[in-house]
Write a protein that binds this ligand. Sequence first.
Ligand code: 4NP
Length: 164
Amino acid sequence: MSSSAPYRVLFVCLGNICRSPAAEIIFNAVAAKAGLARRVQADSCGTASYHTGSRPDSRMLAALERAGYTYGGHRARTFCRADFSNFDLIIPQDEFNERDIRQLARCVSDNAKVQGMWLWFGEEETEKSVPDPYYGSAEDFDAVVALLTRSMERLVADLSAVGC
Ligand code: 4NP
């Protein structure tokens, strides 16, 4: 952590068009606000390839815009084994994503990098997942943005505390 290389965080969901690109955008904004912009690097991807090459879902972009976040141009891609080498921390958004990522792990240290988003949920959150808003309403997309914002504040505080 104290080396000069940025600490690399990968957010993972199913399609990489709703939750994980939102997580990446919100993480970058919260990290920048905390003065960590040069110390961390984020990316996102999906466990499924249906949406490879697509922009985030327009409903998610609208919810992010309502909350004051800016889309930086991410295009969907699929998780691959090399991601275990290319990232320090891999954060699935739900337990299905976690299971699918762990199935590709090559060793104990790959598995140790996988830490569910819910580890940074507060006590007010009872679910162990970022709810999938794909078949939901605008309010469901807003709720994901709010949950991720609360979670990223805790994650960025943790990274800051360990010297990022
Ligand atoms: P995400 O949401 O995993 O948060 O990007 C979904 C995107 C697409 C689908 C499901 C969830 N889909 O079934 O195509």
